[in-house]
Ligand binder design. Structure first.
Ligand code: AGP
Length: 598
């Protein structure tokens, strides 16, 4: 959601900014713009894809500038509502992620002073506010302006009279800065546009103001007091953040899962390593909070933690948890967020802390906002995920949950030595078993062929694979725009069966677990309503084969690990279905990778 990039160096800034914006595209956007400091500020912006902006660019010599991708909140996507915004003099330009909540009051005040506004956005207020407060000291004007702002922001500001300075600041919206070995200073919403310049970053924190000069980065608080932000190394490469020959990032990321799972297990699987994973003592209850796909990982986490660690576990959507009436929290709160930037999840963690409990987070992004909020962090090691649809971050979240549950289970003696051996063995086999599912891609493409022109699709599963039915449906609707619903198979007869028929395919998940006989009966009920049934099931399941139209085979795992192999088949099914429908797979309409507004 909105992306910021800034460059201050000796090279032409414009192509660097455009390339940076392209690397931020995955966050989701509807318009883009750039500003480069020359004799004057050169500002260009356009609604639509970055290619539209590129088509409008003229040569703009200048080695310092800012770029922005906008995801509309105030005012429709249009050229005029795109960032950067300049003040009335045309000398100062602002880009902004976030929301200025008191923008109307500020705007009224500035209008009265004679400022002229051109857009419907909240951000334009910042340009006029900083101009109003500017008396030759840009940093002082930004500090004074931000003190008056209610809401949240990651902001970048340049001024024609300060040609080698970028001023930036953060409150609740991500911002990272770094210096390249050549002395270029850079900023961005996340590290992906900066890889290739440096792997060493400082993650800007709430209330920080950053001045990027020629080879220097100074970070202070809003009152100008220096603050120390440690330099952190992110060992992702430029190639990690590129498509590498795949048609879409999503497909690449689906195929990276064997490696991502392997890396998420590395150094964490021996008894000693497991015992260090969860530094929290005396856990007797867990509450998982998350959104979207991460919430589905949380639902599976409930089964895992209850089964392996004997811990009562509840799961809540982060956006709902914040507004519950609970006065005191007694469970360990475990937040799951791949990006580490989802505002609802971050706010829920803050609320949990306010209610007096310990918090832990599973995230994929080093230095992301959640890492500063939660008391303890467990990283997934999926590498950068660019496609809006979460794939490898989901399966590695599951791996993190298995490891956490095994760690707590051994400590609580609910996992004995023999079970530990079996679980470790099962985890070690997962990368090659996921590879086996990937090898069935042609068969899955065939199923996609039969469902790609349908209006509705149902996904059914039970027990630990019920959340996978939810995830299968979310993935399909998110990227193919087909209406899809996930249901616990036993619930179909309590309502949804009324919607079944030859036009409505059902995808059923059947593995060798305690609910298999029930699943087979539920499939019978669905098939009796003439819905075509496609199953994700064990390759050797002859009985299942007789009941359904097609079986997408997955290898046999310990039932508790089955969500990992099943979901990969459903990810591929969604991908190929969306592909056949000609959808924008990596950037589905109306969605953003990082949801930084409530
Ligand atoms: C999944 O495909 C979606 N892109 C979305 O549901 C996502 O999982 C959700 O927005 C939560 O994101 P997070 O894991 O970064 O917090």
């Amino acid at each position: 959601m909105c992306g910021i990039v800034g460059y201050n160096g000796r090279k032409d800034a414009l192509p660097i900014l455009i390339e940076g914006l392209k690397r931020l595209e995955y966050r989701g956007y509807d318009s883009a713009g750039v500003v480069v400091i020359g004799q004057q500020l050169m500002v260009q912006k356009a609604a639509g894809q970055i290619s539209v902006l590129e088509g409008r660019l003229e040569d703009a010599p200048g080695t310092v500038g800012l770029g922005h991708t906008r995801w509309a909140t105030h005012g429709k996507p249009s050229d005029v509502n795109a960032h950067p915004f300049v003040d009335c003099t045309g000398d100062l330009a602002v880009i902004h992620n976030g929301i200025v909540e008191n923008y109307q009051a500020l705007k009224d005040e500035l209008l009265e002073k004679g400022h002229e506004f051109v857009s419907e956005t909240d951000t334009e207020t910042l340009a006029h506010l900083f101009e109003d407060l500017y008396d030759g000291d840009l940093v002082a004007a930004v500090r004074a302006g931000l003190r008056r702002v209610e809401g949240n922001y990651a902001v970048g500001v340049v001024h024609k009279d300060h040609p080698s300075t970028i001023v930036a600041a953060r409150k609740e919206n991500p911002l990272v800065v770094g210096t390249s070995p050549a002395g270029e200073t850079l900023l961005a919403s996340d590290v992906t546009p900066l890889l290739g310049f440096t792997n060493e970053f400082q993650f800007v924190e709430d209330g920080d103001v950053v001045v990027l000069g020629e080879g220097t980065i100074e970070i202070t608080d809003l009152d100008g007091r220096p603050v120390d932000r440690p330099v952190q190394t992110v060992d992702w490469s430029v190639e990690d953040a590129q498509r590498g020959g795949f048609e879409h990032f999503m497909l690449k990321e689906i195929f990276e899962q064997p490696q991502a799972i392997l890396e998420s297990l590395m150094g964490r699987i021996t008894e000693e390593e497991l015992s260090n994973l969860v530094p929290v003592e005396d856990v007797d209850k867990v509450k998982i909070i998350a959104c979207g796909t991460s919430y589905h990982a949380g639902l599976i986490g409930k089964y895992i933690l209850e089964a392996l660690a004997g811990l009562d576990t509840t799961v809540e959507m982060a956006s709902e948890y914040r507004y519950s009436n609970l006065a005191r929290e007694t469970a360990l709160v475990l937040a799951i967020t791949q990006s580490g930037e989802t505002i609802d999840t971050i706010s829920a963690v803050r609320e949990a802390k306010r209610r007096g409990t310990t918090t832990m987070a599973i995230t994929n992004v080093v230095g992301s906002s959640i890492t500063r909020e939660a008391d303890h962090i467990v990283y997934t090691r999926a590498g950068p995920e660019i496609g809006v649809a979460a794939t490898k971050t989901f399966t590695t979240q599951l791996i993190a949950l298995y490891l956490i549950a095994i760690s707590l289970g051994t400590r609580r003696r609910t996992v004995g030595a023999e079970q530990l051996r079996v679980l470790r063995e099962g985890l070690r086999r997962l990368p090659s078993q996921v590879q086996q599912v990937l090898n069935s891609k042609n068969l899955i493409k065939g199923v996609a062929e039969t469902i790609h022109d349908r209006r509705d699709v149902y996904f059914i599963g039970r027990n630990i694979n019920y959340p996978i039915a939810l995830e299968g449906a979310l993935k399909l609707k998110e990227i193919s725009y087909i209406h899809a619903e996930g249901y616990p198979a036993g619930e179909m007869k309590h309502g949804p069966n009324a919607l079944l028929g030859p036009e409505t395919p059902v995808i059923a998940i059947v593995v060798d677990d305690l609910v298999r006989p029930k699943m087979l009966s539920n499939i019978g009920e669905v098939a009796a309503r003439e819905s075509p049934v496609y199953a994700v099931g064990l390759e050797e399941d002859v009985e299942l084969e007789k009941l359904v139209d097609v079986v997408i085979p997955v290898p046999r795992t310990n039932a508790i690990f089955s969500p990992v192999v099943v979901v990969v088949a459903l990810q591929l099914l969604s991908y190929y279905t969306a592909h056949m429908r000609g959808c924008s797979i990596d950037k589905p309409r109306n969605l953003a990778k990082s949801v930084t507004v409530e």
